[in-house]
Design a protein around this ligand. Structure first.
Ligand code: UN1
Length: 500
């Protein structure tokens, strides 16, 4: 680098202070649209840093747990206000480190704002139940209790939204947090933690430890004082986390892969379906776990749909997400680009018809980034690898189908079950699909992406392990039920025996 200005050195946040990693090592955070742009240096943390963060979170938990929930919520509310004020700056920071276009990073910050306000509201609810006892002069109720230090491992594709999905419900419920963010996008977590801190979060309640999975993530997952782990990322890492959590029966929530589908029936509004397939398939450069990477189209409209879809995909402009004329940013890093290029080869070798794209972009303004053309494979069959495996890039596989039943069989015929969508104007088909798609999320006449924060988010089968994020489902994960019986009869009353 010829620049004389040293890049900003960011730090971990432990016990209310910005501190260097013990090993004093740092790594570079670079812009995926222009790798010559160095965004900053971030700490490479190890087990000792995790230890200090967990220790701080454990100590802070003693008071935070007893802080009235509405008071905890007020801090969240103030953090949301700060995020609103800083939305534009934080969105630009995110585009620079993650690559997605500004409209989308604004959406990502907005999702964090929504979640933070929403969970702030929950501070005055956190309802339990009261119910009559089966015995006289006895009172029965259930309350939520916090659990302790929650370890969070988050990905790079929603660098502010996903940490907020995990942190806000955990915090309003009285837990404390150690966050290990995706190493490709640490600045957005830094910004989120900064906002929470300025909003008045007491020291130690949230701790931020940067670094990679083996160095910082693994010691966090295994730490004996971290009873809860919340993870979003790949199935491979999820499997390791599950195994690491099993011996101590930790609570762990896994949000992993998807192979989401859009079904286009012969009665669909085709303009709308094409719009949906473009946005669902190529939004965020296909790097959403909810991305529509399969489209099953009824044979009666197949040819027309593919023609229009291909035309629209070819017209998408790739480039730097800060440029308002750009529709689609780069891949996050070289590894992800290579994965995409590899799947393009696999698709060709399997005999799918490459109908659009298929190449890495390297000329001119693309030379310094990880760009790939929006790519469509037509005439795919359900068992092809490109129709089965998560690619996490701008590659969509289109499959012809002859009926709703066949479409549903194709839809459910993968190991994942996150999101699915159907385009139809027939209410009977819409309801049948909504019932029979075995996924955590179903859309009718809308693409597979765009979850809202006050509804449960997550998937069936290998997408997850049965938990849901967002909504009250998140509160369920970050609390334990406690049932309290108060016997004011002044005598021994035996349940099931003395009430006969
Ligand atoms: C993800 O891709 O990991 O539903 C989450 C959506 C977003 C969240 C996606 N709000 O598309």
């Amino acid at each position: 680098m010829s620049s004389t200005v040293a890049p900003k050195a960011y730090r971990n946040f432990i016990n209310g202070e910005w501190v260097e990693a013990r090993g004093e090592k740092a790594y570079e955070n670079r812009n995926p649209a222009n790798t010559e742009e160095l965004i900053g240096m971030f700490p490479v943390s190890g087990a000792e840093d995790v230890e200090a963060a967990v220790e701080a979170a454990k100590e802070a938990y003693k008071k935070w747990r007893l802080t009235p929930a509405p008071k905890r919520a007020e801090i969240l509310f103030r953090a949301a206000e700060l995020l609103v004020q800083r939305k534009e700056q934080y969105s630009k920071d995110m585009t620079r480190e993650m690559g997605k276009v500004l409209a989308e990073t604004r959406g990502d910050v907005q999702e964090a704002i929504d979640m933070t306000y929403y969970m702030a509201g929950e501070g005055r609810r956190l309802f339990g139940q009261t119910t009559p006892s089966e015995l006289p002069n006895k009172f029965a109720m259930s309350v939520r209790q916090s659990i302790g230090v929650c370890g969070m491992i988050t990905p790079w594709n929603f660098p502010m939204a996903i940490p907020s999905w995990k942190m806000m419900p955990a915090l309003v419920s009285g837990n404390t947090v150690v966050l290990k963010p995706g190493e490709d996008t640490p600045l957005s977590s830094y910004n989120l933690v900064q906002a929470l801190t300025e909003a008045g979060l007491p020291r130690g309640v949230v701790n931020l430890v940067n670094g990679d999975g083996p160095g910082a993530g693994a010691p966090l997952v295994k730490h004996r004082d971290v009873p809860v782990i919340s993870f979003t990322g790949s199935c491979g890492t999820g499997r390791e986390i599950a195994a690491a959590c099993a011996p101590e029966f930790k609570h762990y929530s896994l949000e992993m892969g998807g192979k989401n589908i859009i079904i286009v029936m012969d009665d669909a509004n085709l303009d709308l379906a094409v719009d949906g397939a473009i946005w669902g398939g190529f939004g965020t450069t296909g790097q959403r776990c909810t991305a529509a990477s399969r489209v099953a189209v009824h044979r009666a409209v197949y040819k027309e749909f593919v023609e229009r879809f291909v035309e629209r995909a070819r017209a998408l402009r790739a480039g730097d997400g800060l440029d308002s004329a750009v529709d689609m940013g780069p891949l996050i890093n070289e590894g992800q680009l290579k994965t995409v290029m590899n799947y393009v080869e696999i698709g060709k070798n399997e005999g799918a018809r490459l109908a659009a794209g298929g190449n890495r972009l390297t000329e001119g303004k693309y030379a310094k980034g990880w760009f790939h053309e929006p790519t469509i494979f037509a005439d795919c069959t359900p068992k092809m690898r490109i129709a089965q495996e998560e690619i996490f890039g701008p590659v969509v596989s289109v499959l012809p189908v002859s009926s709703l039943d066949e479409a549903l069989e194709v839809a459910n015929g993968v190991v994942y079950g996150l999101s699915a969508s159907i385009y139809t104007r027939n209410v009977n088909r819409a309801f049948a699909a909504a019932r029979d798609l075995y996924t955590g999320i179903v859309y009718v006449n809308a693409p597979t992406i765009g979850a809202e924060t006050h509804l449960p988010f997550g998937g069936t089968k290998q997408t997850g392990n049965g938990h849901r994020e967002a909504a009250i489902a998140a509160i369920d994960f970050f609390t334990e039920w406690k049932t309290i019986y108060i016997d004011y009869s002044d005598r021994l009353q035996r349940a099931q025996i003395d009430n006969a």
